[in-house]
Design a protein around this ligand. Structure first.
Ligand SMILES: *[C@@H]1O[C@H](CO)[C@@H](O)[C@H](O)[C@H]1NC(C)=O
Ligand SMILES: *[C@@H]1O[C@H](CO)[C@@H](O)[C@H](O)[C@H]1NC(C)=O
Ligand SMILES: *[C@@H]1O[C@H](CO)[C@@H](O)[C@H](O)[C@H]1NC(C)=O
Ligand SMILES: *[C@@H]1O[C@H](CO)[C@@H](O)[C@H](O)[C@H]1NC(C)=O
Length: 426
């Protein structure tokens, strides 16, 4: 081998070529390392069933009557029930994936600090923003439900696990993490709505719900949080179960463009308006902290206005449920009683009549991550995140691995070109 190399006139490999090759190899390894690094080291998430990635069974037991713990829940992506209240991935899953992180671990499923190396999810199906005392004081009995206060306690417990002895040691970790504060508060309205508490009374809860979200954000900032994403409420007038329960003969009760219930959507917008105003106040109080509003409402409305763009054919229908006009009925629900499941869940806006399908979640997540429905844009807030920039400029959603793959290929082509130039010149 040595003789054949020295047999060439120019002496191959020449020192310059070897040097170039070493530089190239090192660069490729480094590129993999740096490109594959997640955009944020950790994500912490608070919320309800829209974000629960599996806390529910740990809290209420595997044998709970909750259908979400059994198939057909989870059939689309995971091919098993994971405790997610949908057929597949949730918004929080698409966010974690795009950030280059694994799916968030449900807080109650972990034990050790290593279990939470990429963050934790405190969201629980059925959780409310406000505690039961608030509702008891207003003559609306709730039982002992999970709420934001308990999720914050879990977060403080986790800090004691991650930074035993001194919580301030966690500051450097917290100030680099992304916090998803919600969606939360939807159940503060859903549960009274379903037990027929008068709507005018429910409307008076909103300032307290928004205050609770605000005080949670303030506490997180006090613990060192620097980047928070705070979602508003979804357009609840487009929820199949509400379309069935609050069915109206009056044409003017419906939005002509979408067929959603106007008064319910106006209520979501009212909640969101108060939340947006509150976030603006918080931004003024905490300069140096990025508080991003995630406009779930408008991101979802894009799906209801132009479902075909998202490959959805039945935006206001549940894939899994009782099979009435909106895919739901009073006598059966998904996973319970004589229910039906559609063949193509990706063509439905709702999975079970209350929760969006994976297809709808994906559409909402793309809208958020591309920056259209985050104020300020998440891509400009979380700098040095190539996946987000890529997403912002692409038509189709590309998941993290695809984008990284493209980046690495592009860079290797660049270095090969440099190597050829070096070999030719030297
Ligand atoms: C529920 O059951 C599954 C499968 O049998 C198991 O892997 C999981 O650990 C159980 N979860 C709880 C909270 O007991
Ligand atoms: C925690 O650490 C900080 C600085 O690292 C120090 O100022 C503070 O006194 C410590 N607190 C406790 C309770 O040890
Ligand atoms: C994060 O916290 C660490 C440790 O307290 C500090 O050194 C660093 O400057 C902080 N970074 C930011 C961006 O606040
Ligand atoms: C990402 O895309 C690749 C290739 O398109 C696919 O194999 C992979 O399952 C996707 N990952 C997720 C989490 O969607």
């Amino acid at each position: 081998m040595a003789s054949s190399a020295s047999g060439r006139g120019g002496g191959f490999p020449s020192p310059a070529a070897v040097a170039a090759f070493v530089v190239l190899a090192a660069a490729v390894v480094q590129a993999r390392g740096s490109s594959a690094a997640p955009c944020v080291p950790r994500v912490f998430s608070f919320g309800d069933s829209l974000a629960d990635t599996g806390n529910f069974p740990f809290l209420y037991g595997n044998d709970s009557r909750e259908p979400a713990l059994r198939p057909p829940y989870g059939e689309t992506f995971f091919r098993r029930a994971t405790g997610r209240f949908s057929d597949g991935r949730l918004i929080v899953d698409f966010i974690a994936d795009t950030m280059g992180l694994p799916f968030l671990r449900p807080y109650l499923s972990g034990r050790t600090a290593e279990d939470f190396a990429s963050g934790a999810n405190f969201a629980v199906g059925g959780a409310m923003a406000l505690g039961p005392d608030f509702f008891r004081g207003r003559g609306v009995p709730m039982g002992d439900r999970m709420h934001l206060g308990i999720q914050m306690k879990w977060f403080r417990d986790l800090l004691d696990l991650l930074c035993p002895g001194n919580r301030t040691d966690c500051m450097g970790m917290i100030n680099q993490s992304l916090f998803l504060v919600g969606e939360i508060g939807g159940n503060d309205y859903n549960i009274p709505l379903l037990s027929r508490v008068p709507f005018e009374k429910i409307r008076t809860f909103t300032p307290s719900v928004v205050n609770k979200i605000s005080s949670t954000i303030t506490e997180l900032i006090g613990l060192g949080a620097k980047t928070l994403l705070v979602p508003g409420n979804l357009p609840i007038g487009c929820v199949p179960n509400y379309l069935m329960i609050f069915k109206s003969d009056k044409k003017e009760d419906y939005e002509p463009e979408t067929g959603c219930l106007r008064w319910m959507n106006e209520f979501s917008e009212y909640h969101n308006r108060l939340l947006v105003d509150e976030l603006e106040k918080l931004r003024k109080l905490h300069s140096g902290v990025s508080i991003i509003y995630a406009d779930y409402y408008e991101a979802a409305m894009e799906i209801y206005r132009s479902p075909k763009q998202f490959g959805i054919e039945h935006p206001l229908e549940a894939c899994c449920g009782g099979g009435g006009p909106y895919g739901v009925s009073m006598i059966a629900r998904c996973g319970y009683g004589e229910y039906k499941v559609c063949d193509e869940p990706q063509k439905y806006g709702s999975w079970d009549g209350f929760h969006p399908s994976e297809a709808a979640y994906k559409g909402i997540a793309i809208g958020l991550l591309r920056g259209t429905y985050t104020q300020p844009s998440i891509a400009t807030t979380i700098s040095s995140c190539p996946q987000l920039i890529e997403l912002g400029s692409s038509i189709e959603y590309k998941n993290c691995s695809t984008v990284l793959h493209m980046k690495i290929v592009a860079q290797v082509i660049g270095w090969l070109f440099t190597l050829v130039v070096l070999l030719v010149c030297c």
